[in-house]
Write a protein that binds this ligand. Structure first.
Ligand code: ARG
Length: 639
């Protein structure tokens, strides 16, 4: 790979190290996919004789910065734990001792106990731009991070299961499902980029007494055509209708009761009771009822698939509560009873955490029901069997559940039960990624029913915004498609802008604006970079030969410095698991690119300069596109 060759050339000029030698001494580094890994190693080696500390002790203390004016790297002197000396004095002393003529770094700046390091523009530019252009979509990905043994490329990938979206059949797709979809898909992409083997699971809510009721509704009011046409919508309507029937019936029975009438027979034949009996048949694996249920499920999945495709999401498995077998649940039930985790309580089987776990934790987890008096299993019961089943099937190294904070307690109980069962190792591989609420989410057409409605509404709104600029609008080739992509980008960017745990308000006007840190702004930034390339009309071969030493302007160097951070940002996101880590970086990058345009004209500059600048913007386009794709956005080429 020529980019690795570029690094080797640079290394030869530096300290005679080779890539394998670096990776051997600093096993967490991969300079061939992250050039700043090389910079940190080099810096640590230069600092070793100055500080009297070993390079491998300095290396982990070198941090990135979050503003270019603070340098590209910083070293908090106290992190080196040098006894006796004042950090402020040391940082000043070391800054003075740092060589004038280091090939990669300017002389550092001492700021209190910190040393700030600024990279030299020319070598970074000449290393990075060709590297980004060659790696293309790979730049920012790091296949080493997901290796079972990071030192051994043949050790195989670690496997992660990401469960996300998980809506409920015949019920509205609410904001919690939307967030789970957006965040979960992002996390799956993130791990994939880090070289993990990723399994995406959608765990549908498709089981329980209420689905007995739905089947009754279909017998009463069902319409084959409508079901095939739009299963999600039809099932939802049936569900609403039968629930209304049920409520009316209940009221009528109550009224009769009050009048002193005998309602026993009415109650025994109530919809509620019928639903219970119907669901009983389902759990007893009665073929006819199950076949109907499978059809509802399968048709719904077909529709879900199409909608998820609009978001570039594909699940490896549509699992669901209905797929958890009674046998699997019986098996763990036995195990839990044998291990003394469950006990009987008025005919039901329960877990009393307050008895099992002393202190605060047990109190917090309280009690949970595993089997109701009538023998039916619950949401939690199914999750226990499902988790163990997934481990059996996938032998995952890690599993993430992307579920709203409202279910914190549920997942804490789940993981605790797995631990109490003795599967400590399995429990320690499971993680709940939670998130806050979306406030005020409703569409113009009323309350939200399904993901399609949300996306359509955003696209409609976006279309209105676009029509506001008539001249521009008339030039858009595919207004419908563009509005659709922009609408989706709006929702997703808004969702990922803040920290996951925060609530936010769903605001169509704010998120569809081209001004401010929005999805449309990001799309605009990407289309502008694409359009420069189209207008410049320079072949990729020519760009590869461009004389990058011409990129001396501070604006050009600043863009390069930000581009160089991308692999670090992606790697850091693996620690934060916060989409906003990427979003924040992406807005910083697009702002710096945007403010460079006035200073770095492409079309109209003399050919050598034009080619060099075009190479810079081409690398920028690649990085902006890579960030957007990681977030799950589809970068537009034009609009
Ligand atoms: N279907 C559930 C709901 O809508 C979310 C499922 C979360 N995942 C799980 N394994 N329990 O609330």
């Amino acid at each position: 790979m020529a980019s690795a060759a570029g690094i080797d050339q640079l290394l030869a000029r530096l300290d005679g190290l080779t890539l394998p030698a670096i990776v051997d001494k600093f096993p967490t580094t991969h300079p061939d996919v992250n050039p700043y890994d090389l910079y940190r190693v080099h810096l640590s080696r230069v600092l070793a004789p100055i500080t009297g500390v070993d390079a491998d002790k300095i290396h982990p203390a070198v941090h990135w910065t979050n503003a270019l004016d603070k340098g590209d790297f910083t070293l908090p002197v106290p992190a080196l734990r040098i006894k006796g000396a004042k950090p402020d004095a040391l940082s000043a002393e070391w800054a003075a001792k740092f060589p004038e003529d280091d090939p990669l770094f300017e002389k550092p700046v001492a700021a209190g106990p910190f040393l700030s390091f600024f990279v030299r523009g020319a070598p970074l530019t000449q290393l990075l731009i060709p590297m980004i252009r060659e790696l293309g979509a790979e730049y920012g990905r790091n296949r080493f991070l997901g290796l079972k043994d990071p030192k051994d490329p043949n050790s195989g990938k670690k496997r992660i299961v990401v469960e996300f979206s998980s809506p409920n059949i015949a019920k509205p797709f609410h904001a919690g499902h939307l967030r789970s979809t957006i965040i979960g898909s992002f996390l799956a992409n993130l791990y994939e980029g880090a070289g993990w083997d990723v399994v995406r699971i959608n765990y549908l809510g498709d089981w329980g007494k209420q689905y007995g009721l739905l089947a009754l509704a279909f017998e009463k009011y069902g319409d084959e055509e409508a079901l095939k046409e739009d299963p999600i919508d039809h099932l939802f309507r049936l569900y609403v209708r039968i629930n209304a029937d049920k409520d009316a019936e209940k009221e009528a029975i109550e009224a009769k009761k009050k009048e002193g009438q005998n309602v026993e027979e009415l109650e025994a034949n109530s919809l509620d009771e019928q639903a219970r009996r119907y669901f009983r048949k389902m759990t007893d694996r009665d073929e006819a009822t199950l076949a109907l249920w499978e059809r509802f499920r399968d048709l719904s999945i077909v529709r879900y698939r199409a909608t998820y495709a609009r978001l570039n999401i594909k699940f490896d498995e549509y699992s669901g509560e209905s797929q958890v077998t009674e046998e699997a649940m019986d098996k763990v039930a036995k195990e839990m009873a044998e291990k003394g985790i469950t006990r009987e309580d008025q005919g039901a089987v329960i877990i009393d955490f307050t008895e099992l776990i002393p202190g605060k934790e047990g109190k917090r987890l309280e009690k949970a029901i595993i089997r109701k008096k009538d023998g039916t299993a619950l949401y939690l019961t199914r999750d226990i069997a499902e988790l163990l089943g997934r481990y059996e099937k996938y032998k995952f190294d890690h599993m993430i559940y992307v579920v709203a904070s409202q279910q914190d307690l549920h997942l804490q109980r789940l993981f605790k039960i797995i631990e109490l069962l003795g599967y400590k190792d399995v429990a320690s591989r499971c993680q709940h990624i939670n998130f806050g609420l979306v406030l005020g989410m409703s569409t113009r057409k009323g309350t939200v029913k399904f993901l399609d409605d949300i996306l359509r509404d955003c696209a409609d709104h976006m279309h209105d915004v676009m029509r506001g600029n008539e001249t521009k609008y008339s030039q858009v080739e595919d207004p419908e498609g563009t509005a659709d992509t922009l609408g989706i980008s709006s929702v997703m960017t808004q969702d990922m802008s803040g920290k996951r745990g925060n609530n936010y308000t769903f605001d169509l006007a704010v998120m569809t604006s081209f001004e401010g840190d929005t999805g449309p702004y990001l799309q605009y930034a990407h289309t502008r970079l694409s359009s420069i390339k189209r207008r410049a009309d320079i072949s990729d071969e020519e760009l590869a030969k461009a004389d990058l030493s011409l990129l001396t302007e501070p604006h050009a160097v600043n863009v390069v410095r930000l581009l160089a951070q991308w692999p670090d940002v992606a790697q850091n996101t693996l620690r934060t698991l916060e989409p906003t880590t990427v979003v924040t970086y992406l807005f910083r990058l697009t702002h710096v690119i945007s403010s460079s345009y006035d200073h770095l004209q492409v079309v109209g500059s003399e050919p050598a300069l034009k080619a060099a600048r075009m190479a810079l913007y081409d690398a920028s386009r690649i990085v902006v596109g890579n960030c957007m794709r990681l977030l799950g956005l589809s970068p537009l080429e034009r609009m």
